[in-house]
Write a protein that binds this ligand. Structure first.
Ligand code: DAH
Length: 340
């Protein structure tokens, strides 16, 4: 019996040594340790042994069992490790492979102009304000000295949503908002870039466009301040050699009012097809804030005066970047946009 036990152990060790997979390991486990294994048979046969032999053989069987169990445990650990290594190997990510490129967009030319204007005016102590695009008649017109029925309303065909609400036709609405919001009636220096909307449907106009508004209110503000400020604006934003020309005009919220032309950036003022041979291109509207507007917005016109201007940013972007057609700015064509 001793020999049989030793042989079983030896066989089991040999069989286990060759094993590389989990399934054979399980089969061997059943063969050598299961209920129908030879070691179980020996246990049963022990009943026939002499009394003093029983503990000796019993302990040998147990020892053999323990030894085989131990080897199986080691094998199991070995196989687990191998499996894990195989998994790691198979699921390895090759980080040296070139990745899929994330395409970076570029700044829209109108946004570039907005950022430049903001930088310039912030450097001169202005704040950057904003207002709602869905505006009330009161801010868009009434507080700007354009009461209901005023003929100048006809110049701005509007998208009315209700009798009271419309898509703002001009960033000038933010002038009134800023003045009214300033409860202490302290001086104001602000610009407001933003979207504006009008009912336009011809080839050179878009129903949505972008303006920047400027407003300065303080004591002793004069036309000289407006001129100086706009000159800096033209030189910095449009071109160092730009000259300005002020033409008398009419806006209900300014008195006096001016339309401002800048020397043609294409021909430098000599005359070409862009400026229709005049040498000048109109870029903005401006003027001294009308006393009625000051009064309606809570500023005493005897004490305060101010200037304001409004500039169309699509035109500025077209000048700056030599864009021949305004519609390119909104066609969303990647071939156009990726050039900036
Ligand atoms: N809001 C005017 C427009 O859209 C432009 C304008 C003119 C703005 C004169 C002003 C201004 O602030 O003083 O046509």
């Amino acid at each position: 019996m001793k020999d049989r036990i030793a042989k079983i152990e030896k066989d089991a060790k040999e069989a286990l040594n060759k094993i590389v997979d989990r399934q054979t390991l399980n089969e061997i486990k059943i063969k050598y340790l299961g209920r129908k294994s030879e070691l179980s048979d020996i246990f049963k046969e022990m009943a026939t042994l002499a009394k003093e032999e029983k503990p000796v053989i019993g302990s040998l069987v147990n020892k053999a069992r323990n030894n085989i169990e131990e080897i199986i445990r080691q094998k199991e650990a070995e196989i687990e490790k191998q499996e894990l290594e195989m998994k790691l190997e198979n699921e390895k990510i090759d980080i040296t492979l070139p990745g899929t490129k994330v395409k970076k967009g570029s700044k829209h030319p109108v946004n570039s102009v907005i950022e430049e204007i903001e930088d310039l005016f912030v450097s001169m102590g202005y704040t950057v304000e904003s207002g709602p695009e869905l505006e009330t008649d009161r801010f868009c017109f009434e507080l700007l000295n354009l009461p209901e029925g005023h003929p100048a309303r006809d110049m701005q065909d509007s998208f009315y949503i209700t009798d009271e609400y419309l898509l703002r036709t001009q960033t000038s609405a933010v002038q009134a908002r800023t003045m009214l919001a300033n409860k202490d009636k302290t001086p104001i220096r602000m610009i407001c870039p933003g979207k504006t909307y009008r009912r336009e449907d011809d080839a050179t106009h878009s129903h949505q466009f972008t303006q920047a508004e400027g407003l300065v209110i303080d004591e002793n503000i004069s036309l000289a301040d407006l001129k100086g400020t706009l000159e800096i604006f033209a030189k910095r934003i449009i071109g160092e050699n730009s000259k300005l020309r002020f033409r008398p005009s009419y806006f209900p919220f300014t008195e006096p009012s001016y339309e401002v032309d800048v020397t043609c950036f294409k021909c430098g003022g000599k005359g070409c097809n862009l400026c229709k041979q005049t040498g000048w291109i109109e870029v903005l509207g401006s003027g001294m804030v009308h006393p009625n507007v000051l009064r309606m917005c809570g500023y005493d016109p005897e004490k305060y005066s101010g200037f304001a201007f409004g500039v169309g940013l699509e035109r500025i972007a077209m000048f700056k970047y030599g864009i021949p057609d305004m519609r390119y700015l909104y066609a969303n064509d990647i071939r156009f946009l990726s050039q900036f």
